[in-house]
Design a protein around this ligand. Structure first.
Ligand code: EPU
Length: 344
């Protein structure tokens, strides 16, 4: 393990934008973090950045500090009756872990098939899709505390999970580096097919009693149809979060836009489909120079070739302003902007 200088990040982010890390280190095992700590690297590079699969990051400039690329890769499990405790290194590709579990009949993560990114990044933004969020199967994680140089175990309650959010985006940012994620899965789990698109596709395939493999395949097919393949067209999945508004505000919107797509959040709030808001502004599948929105999902911003991070960022600013002036809602980015811009 050694710190390299001037490393291109182009192949380390699914947007495929070019940026450089002034300092870059690859972590292959937990000991590497202890060595970095002993060398005083976390003191020297206070605003270090942890990079997993680079699927939720937009580089808008070179990173002056240290980029820590997580490469700890292993999967193990223990069974206790029908319960299965999975331990996966933070550098494992998330979808490889899903396939590992589906192949062995361990249920709970099949709805999260084909989400890009790494295992270590999954708790940070509490990844979610098709009616399931990581927090539903999360048991604990191991993390390196850069201030004390020791490893800690954080349980579900320590992580303050919420919609695309966790403590790792707030108080624990820059303090803990996740090295291992533990999931609690089940050999007897009942597939979750509450999400309309899943049940419709199962019905179309004439599958009445779906297995977890069926659900994984259906989710993968829906994603492939809707979302661009980042190895072909640079993108970061949903660029914005679905905004949550008060019921009062929703009712006002509904009186002007009867076809608004929304989901209740408790009794007092409503989540609005950001893709719908953008499409309603006439910006689905549009192209502006090297950036655009995807033809099948307006919430996905795409790099049409040689876009810079600033091109994508500027385009996202236009979307925020446009949606705000039409609906009075300011979209928030789901994607992390690195390095942070003063404006962000
Ligand atoms: N819609 C439109 N126009 C669009 C896109 C969506 O009208 O261009 C409407 C449609 O009515 C559609 C509804 O919005 O039925 C919801 O769309 P979709 O099922 O694609 O889900 P989403 O709310 O846009 C969220 C997650 C996705 C996740 C899907 C499925 C967020 C920000 N995004 O998208 O996660 O795969 O649900 O569960 O919560 C990601 O985070 O990167 C991601 C892809």
């Amino acid at each position: 393990m050694y710190i390299k200088k001037d490393v291109s990040l182009k192949t380390y982010n699914t947007f495929g934008v070019d940026a450089k890390a002034n300092y870059f280190v690859e972590i292959a095992e937990e000991d590497d973090l202890e060595k970095l700590h002993e060398e005083g690297a976390f003191e020297r590079f206070k605003d270090f950045f942890i990079l997993g699969g680079g699927s939720n990051t937009l580089f808008v400039a070179d990173v002056e500090s240290l980029v820590v690329h997580m490469g700890i890769r292993y999967v193990k499990y223990d069974e206790l009756g029908n319960d299965v405790y999975i331990k996966a290194g933070a550098g494992v590709i998330w979808n490889d872990l899903v396939n590992y579990c589906v192949d062995r009949g361990f249920g709970g993560v099949e709805n999260l098939s084909l989400i890009p990114g790494s295992v270590g990044a999954a708790p940070v933004q509490n990844i979610g899709a098709y009616g399931v969020e990581l927090q539903d199967v999360f048991y604990s994680c191991r993390a390196f505390d850069v201030s004390s140089g020791t490893f800690v175990t954080l349980n579900r309650n320590d992580c303050s999970f919420a919609y695309r959010d966790s403590v790792f985006k707030h108080q624990y940012r820059g303090r803990y580096i996740i090295t291992e994620v533990n999931l609690l899965l089940s050999k007897e789990s009942k597939p979750n097919i509450t999400y309309g698109a899943i049940s419709a596709e199962l019905h179309r395939r004439n599958i009445q009693e779906p297995t977890i493999r069926d659900v994984s395949q259906v989710v993968s097919a829906i994603r492939v149809h809707k979302l661009p393949d980042p190895t072909m067209i640079g993108n970061s999945g949903s660029f914005f979060k679905n905004p949550i508004v008060s019921k009062g505000m929703y009712e006002k919107l509904l009186s002007n836009f009867v076809d608004i797509v929304s989901y209740p959040v408790g009794d007092t709030h409503v989540k609005i489909a950001a893709g719908w808001l953008i499409e309603k502004c006439g910006w689905k599948g549009i192209k502006k120079g090297p950036v655009g929105t995807w033809k099948n999902q307006a919430l996905v911003l795409v790099n049409l070739g040689n876009a810079t991070g600033i091109d994508v960022y500027g385009f996202s600013e236009e979307i925020i302003d446009m949606v705000d002036s039409k609906f009075g809602i300011r979209l928030e980015r789901e994607v992390n902007i690195v390095p942070l811009l003063a404006k962000y």
